[in-house]
Write a protein that binds this ligand. Structure first.
Ligand SMILES: NC(=O)c1ccc[n+]([C@@H]2O[C@H](COP(=O)([O-])OP(=O)(O)OC[C@H]3O[C@@H](n4cnc5c(N)ncnc54)[C@H](O)[C@@H]3O)[C@@H](O)[C@H]2O)c1
Length: 283
């Protein structure tokens, strides 16, 4: 169901060819926006756009988010094509597959840190650096993809958890520094069944988080209050629309909406306190 909350908006989504980035881009278009998607592989972006009903509202930009010049060019190309930029979604990232600190050598920690922080943290900062002037011109906003790992342990290993905590700091500092002209907020999803990969430098670039979901028993659910909530990235896009919309969230900046099934209210005895409630009510 679309609301039209983003009618006439122009957005740029990094890592927009797959996963939650693609889902957000598709949802933004459904809400009335035009969207530029940045990704490393041109053919992935082109194939995705060829599947869209309104390809004229899409723009594919091949760029590595670690490359300052490429990110400047990505914003310029977006503004040339669509005339402005209203919303930036820094989202491209990799995961460390819960690699525990004690199982990594010193060299692996160094390599994983350099690669993962360059993509997940510096990549966010460079996207903002390229976009802030156009966002200031348009009273725009930034909606970052954070993670449950921005708040809690064991959503990754030390490197990913540290990087996602760093992005929380980035989001909050930028919300201060870009106010009053640009609102800066974030969505922190929990587990999603996407193609999330790992750092190439420690041999994890061919591994996908999707294999972990494939091994999971869907009947069992997850150890969180909403233990049977969706892991389809399309079901995480609503908060992005809300936070991108000036009309709907014009008073919100420096905030994160967690879309993680309630990790922060997980119980000690059982993840959800109301599992028995259906038995107490007549349907
Ligand atoms: N999948 C999950 O369970 C989960 C949970 C919480 C947060 N996240 C976050 O969601 C974001 C998107 O991940 P996803 O799960 O959709 O996985 P995904 O792999 O489908 O999406 C990540 C995208 O980033 C792109 N990318 C990676 N490195 C890049 C680079 N150097 N330059 C340009 N593009 C690059 C990838 O090609 C891919 O398209 C990430 O920031 C991730 O940390 C994912």
């Amino acid at each position: 169901m679309s609301t039209g909350w983003l009618e006439g908006y122009v957005a740029l989504v990094t890592g927009g060819g797959t996963g939650i980035g693609r889902a957000v881009a598709e949802r933004f278009v459904a809400e009335g926006a035009s969207v530029a998607v940045v990704g490393r592989q041109r053919h992935v972006l082109d194939t995705m756009i060829s599947e869209q009903a309104q390809p004229e509202r899409w723009l594919a930009i091949e760029a590595d988010v670690r490359d300052t010049d490429a990110m400047q060019a990505a914003v310029e190309t977006t503004v040339d094509r669509f005339g402005k930029l209203d919303t930036l979604v820094p989202n491209a990232g990799v995961w460390d597959f819960h690699r525990q600190f004690t199982k990594l050598s010193g060299k692996e920690i160094g390599d994983a840190f350099d690669e993962l922080f360059a993509i997940n943290v510096k990549g966010y900062l460079l996207a903002v650096e390229a976009a802030w002037r156009d966002l200031v011109r348009n009273n725009g906003s930034i909606v970052m993809t954070l993670s449950n790992a921005s708040f809690y342990v064991n959503g990754g290993g030390v490197v990913y958890t540290a990087a996602k905590h760093a992005c929380l700091g980035l989001m909050r500092e930028l919300a201060y520094e870009l106010a009053p002209h640009v609102r800066v907020n974030a969505v922190a999803p929990g587990g999603m069944n996407t193609d999330l990969r790992g750092p190439e430098s420690i041999g994890l670039s061919d591994r996908s988080i999707a294999t972990s979901f494939a091994k999971r028993d869907p009947q069992q659910g997850m150890p969180i209050p909403l233990h049977h909530s969706s892991v389809d990235p399309r079901d995480f896009t609503g908060p992005y629309v809300l936070l991108a919309s000036r009309e709907q969230s014009g008073t919100i900046t420096g905030e994160t909406i967690s879309a993680d099934g309630g990790i922060g209210v997980r119980g000690f005895d059982s993840p959800a306190g109301g599992d028995h409630l259906l038995g107490l009510v007549t349907c």
